[in-house]
Design a protein around this ligand. Structure first.
Ligand code: SF4
Ligand code: SF4
Ligand code: FES
Length: 261
């Protein structure tokens, strides 16, 4: 019997449904970097699978009924905030978008590598994303003489708006960086998430920056020329962003820009 079946109230409604749950084991890497004496170790938790259970729900059950000290992040529970990314059997995934039905009975969970560890499955992706964003200046750079608040908005070609929107769907979850071989070797690599941001502003006709300006930001080994093009980022992105196309395109553009300098 799972912890939730021992509960009453709303949980009873869940119990009323017939359930043929498997027993799932989660071996979770526990670590508290704030405690100098803490030794990282795997701790096993067992719960009974429920219909339509996500990994996020399973972790909540564990925290609520077995171990209130377990640390992991979430906000939206709907694949929008990017907070719940973690390594699931060695692959970065969003816990709230991973059905336990897609997992084997025994699983290993670990925090995303590369990012600062807060504890257990919780990492500080926000700190790294902010640094990357400031370094790549991921905001619209309009023309200085172009500010007129009374002017009617300019129309944008719907196909172009769609392309920009497609790249704007990035939720900064960090899965692409966690899967990236280059990022594992050099901390200053901007990662696929950084390339996606540059590609987004490069597409935007309101941004005054030139390819020379973008070259100054990503035209070296910490940018496009450090990328090994093995495309793990593309494979793991939970939003299915077109990272493969954008990285190839950016690298070609930056190589052409570099030869002209
Ligand atoms: S590009 Fe994809 S994997 Fe990378 S941070 Fe954005 S949504 Fe996550
Ligand atoms: S293709 Fe480039 S950015 Fe993507 S995972 Fe490989 S090295 Fe990292
Ligand atoms: S909790 Fe927001 S993406 Fe999973």
């Amino acid at each position: 019997m799972s912890a939730i079946t021992e509960n009453n109230g709303s949980a009873a409604a869940v119990d009323a449904e017939p359930r043929q749950g498997r027993w799932l084991t989660f071996n979770i890497l526990r670590c508290d970097p704030a405690d100098p004496g803490a030794v990282p170790h795997l701790r096993a938790y067992r719960i009974e699978e429920a219909d339509s259970m996500t990994l996020f729900i399973a972790l909540n059950e564990i925290r609520e009924h077995q171990d209130p000290t377990l640390k992991f992040d979430f906000v939206c529970r709907a694949g929008i905030c990017g907070s719940c990314a973690m390594m699931v059997n060695g692959r970065p995934k969003l816990a709230c978008r991973t059905l336990t039905a897609s997992l084997p009975a025994e699983n290993t969970l670990a925090p995303l590598p590369f990012f600062e560890l807060i504890g257990d499955l919780s990492v500080n992706t926000g700190k790294w994303m902010r640094g990357m964003s400031e370094r790549l200046q991921t905001w619209l750079h309009g023309r200085e003489d172009d500010v007129d608040l009374r002017r009617i908005e300019e129309r944008m070609d719907p196909d172009l708006a769609e392309q920009i929107y497609e790249l704007d769907r990035c939720i900064e979850c960090g899965c692409c960086v966690a899967a990236c071989g280059t990022a594992r070797m050099r901390e200053d690599f901007v990662g696929a998430v950084g390339f996606g941001k540059i590609a987004r502003f490069r597409l935007d006709p309101r941004d005054a920056r030139t390819d020379g300006d973008y070259y100054a930001l990503i035209g070296d080994d910490t940018g496009v020329f450090g990328c090994m093009s093995l495309l793990a980022c593309h494979d793991v992105c939970p939003k299915s962003l077109p990272l493969q196309t954008q990285i190839a395109f950016l690298r070609r553009k930056m190589a052409m820009t570099g030869t002209r300098r």
